[in-house]
Design a protein around this ligand. Structure first.
Ligand code: AMP
Length: 119
């Protein structure tokens, strides 16, 4: 079940502001409010999808393609292609997903170090 009141749904309804990077009819990208790198952006589809499986299973093909083009557009606008970046998508409890609306994190602007730090 998709939570219509999650924070990204509210951003899409313009109920709360965001620092927008790019937008079209399919996606919205904006800066993460608590950045974990020099550049930390989020890309979300404009539709009620709680995670990547929900999105791939239930969104029409054009929506899926245009979302990933939105990721590419955002990376280009942030000038991250030359030095590289990292994409993260969290799903479920083990990943500590906080917001139940499918989103991709784009991290860059610095050396990001190893993928995971062992605890
Ligand atoms: P995740 O753990 O993958 O669900 O990540 C959710 C991300 O959303 C976190 O990195 C938060 O810092 C970020 N976040 C939460 N609320 C907002 C907001 N209002 N604007 C921008 N980013 C947000």
């Amino acid at each position: 079940m998709y939570d219509q009141n999650n924070i990204f749904a509210r951003i899409l309804r313009n109920e709360i502001p965001c620092q927008k990077i790019a937008e079209d009819e399919w996606f919205l990208s904006f800066y993460d409010v608590a950045p974990k790198a020099v550049v930390h952006a989020l890309v979300i589809p404009k539709g009620p999808y709680k995670n990547i499986h929900d999105f791939i299973s239930n969104a029409e093909a054009e929506r899926v393609v245009c979302f990933w083009k939105g990721v590419d557009t955002t990376i280009t606008l942030l000038s991250l292609k030359e030095n590289g970046y990292r994409l993260i998508e969290n799903t479920g409890n083990n990943s500590h997903q906080e917001v139940p609306h499918f989103h991709v994190h784009i991290l860059g602007g610095q050396d990001l170090g190893p993928k995971l730090v062992k605890s």
